[in-house]
Design a binder for this molecule. Structure first.
Ligand SMILES: CC(C)(COP(=O)(O)OP(=O)(O)OC[C@H]1O[C@@H](n2cnc3c(N)ncnc32)[C@H](O)[C@@H]1OP(=O)(O)O)[C@@H](O)C(=O)NCCC(=O)NCCS
Length: 188
């Protein structure tokens, strides 16, 4: 298995992997492949720590991390709001969650002190439990250590038991819970 930085040409394949890996409790699972490609492109443009794991020409997993996720999401929302609203109208179960996250932002609720985050980590369903997630995380952490960064965090949905076990097995400490999201940090 090889791990390398994600390149723009990888975006359609990464979008496909995202669709296969995230279940229907995630809003982005309902994005079209084209909208997901735009989403991943913006996240990669803003966040320098973006890696994929590959075997031959098959992408098995990916990670996007950095400290500019908020700005990336603002940019994505501003440029794609009609498509996002349409997706919400087609899947109204997510409307309350989106209103809650906008209110947190308006009220400037401080969720966590950490600056750097893993925003997305995923492995192909058939490749899970084989060390791909951990290898991607190690690559990200090594880069942060080189830059002198001492901690980072992430959030996960409270019903995502696989990911929660993965993070807790990997020394993350739970620091907060807001609505249906759990917030973790890890000291490097
Ligand atoms: C969470 C996820 C990224 C983990 O990736 P992975 O490639 O399966 O993880 P790894 O194989 O590297 O596992 C590393 C460790 O976590 C543990 N782990 C992985 N999946 C687990 C599970 N379902 N239950 C319990 N432990 C698990 C492994 O046992 C392993 O621990 P060990 O080395 O001590 O045995 C993967 O399950 C995934 O893509 N899920 C869907 C997308 C998602 O929900 N992403 C997170 C969003 S917040």
């Amino acid at each position: 298995m090889n791990i390398r930085q994600i390149d723009k040409k990888d975006i359609p394949a990464v979008a496909l992997l995202h669709k296969q890996s995230f279940d229907k409790t995630h809003f982005t699972a309902f994005f079209s492949t084209e909208l997901l490609s735009r989403y991943i492109k913006v996240l990669i443009d803003y966040n320098p720590y973006s890696y994929l794991a590959e075997e031959g020409d098959r992408i098995l997993g990916y990670l996007i991390g950095g400290n500019k996720t908020g700005a990336a999401l603002d940019n994505f929302s501003k440029n794609n709001y009609l498509k996002i609203i349409l997706t919400l109208l087609l899947h109204p179960g997510f409307i309350l969650e989106k209103i809650q996250s906008v209110l947190l932002k308006i009220n400037k609720v401080k969720i966590s002190e950490v600056e750097y985050k893993i925003y997305i980590i995923a492995s192909l369903p058939e490749a899970q439990g084989k060390g791909i997630g951990r290898a991607l995380m190690n690559t990200f952490e090594n880069e942060l250590r080189i830059k002198g960064i001492k901690e980072y965090g992430l959030s996960v949905r409270e019903q995502n038991n696989n990911a929660i076990s993965f993070y807790e097995n990997n020394n993350f400490i739970r620091i907060n819970k807001i609505h249906k999201s759990l917030y973790y940090k890890k000291i490097l």
